[in-house]
Ligand binder design. Structure first.
Ligand SMILES: [Fe+2]
Length: 265
């Protein structure tokens, strides 16, 4: 790789897979839409260098649901890293999502960038929270990596996104995260999932990016729970070794009749 070539990173999030392949979430077969997203990923002009999975990978938290994910991702042969969301069951993830391609590492380097992946899960709750231990871990790593452009990932957004029902389940202690990031100007990007929609917000030197789910989409700006009619997708990022970056959200043409009467997200 020359100093001018970017690292091509794909963020996929909120796959909500089930042990049972044909099971649906609000009428949508989540494995089928995940496969449509993978088809689109495979049709990119350049093969990605790295995949980040930012939580809610399973809807039922079963080892079998993570095995489905693994079965589809491992053959791509793209180094893949993950973090848990509120729907995930961490022990099952750790057991399954660890092979020659999928790594459980939470601190790693690629293309001149450093990556730090956080667990914002609160057992039994939908909202997120970063423990003192996690914040200290983040601070220590950032202190040791002072000059390297850094991307931080977590499941929950550290901002309200303008949707009352979703804003009750964002990260509960964003100020504590900001206090750490403010001490480390090498942090350029924070990526998250959870909100099933595209989102972008700048705070100081950091761009905070939310990404569509690979299954159902939530309607941006809706006070109450509402599904959006945009198609599933992923985020592509180009990261340059000098700290510059570029990003775009890609959406599939996959559509499926949703069951709007169904609840249970
Ligand atoms: Fe979530």
């Amino acid at each position: 790789m020359t100093s001018l070539s970017p690292l091509r990173v794909v963020q996929m999030t909120d796959a909500h897979l089930f042990a049972n392949e044909s099971q649906r979430l609000l009428g949508l077969p989540t494995l089928e839409s995940f496969q449509a997203v993978l088809d689109q990923l495979n049709s990119l002009e350049h093969k990605p260098d790295l995949i980040l999975l930012t939580g809610d990978l399973s809807q039922d938290g079963t080892p079998e649901s993570y095995q489905k994910l693994q079965r589809w991702l491992t053959p791509l042969n793209i180094p893949t890293y993950w973090l848990p969301g509120n729907h995930d069951f961490l022990p099952a993830m750790e057991q399954v999502l660890d092979d020659r391609v999928i790594s459980p590492e939470k601190s790693f380097e690629a293309g001149g960038w450093h990556f730090l992946l956080l667990n914002s899960q609160v057992s039994g709750c939908v909202h997120g929270y970063l423990t003192r231990e996690t914040l200290n871990w983040l601070d220590q790593h950032l202190r040791a990596l002072r000059n390297r452009p850094t991307l931080v990932g977590l499941h929950h957004p550290p901002f309200a996104v303008g949707s009352d029902w979703l804003d009750g389940s964002t990260l509960k202690n964003p100020e504590e995260l900001f206090a750490v990031l403010d001490r480390h100007p090498q942090v350029k990007l924070v990526l998250f999932g959870h909100i099933h929609q595209e989102y972008s917000q700048q705070r100081r030197q950091v761009q905070y990016l939310g990404t569509p789910s690979t299954c159902i989409q939530f309607e941006p700006g809706s006070e109450d729970f509402a599904l959006g009619d945009e198609c599933p997708g992923f985020r592509l990022l180009h990261l340059y070794p000098d700290g510059r970056w570029w990003t775009v959200v890609k959406r599939t043409s996959y559509s499926h009749q949703l069951d709007l009467a169904a609840r249970g997200y």
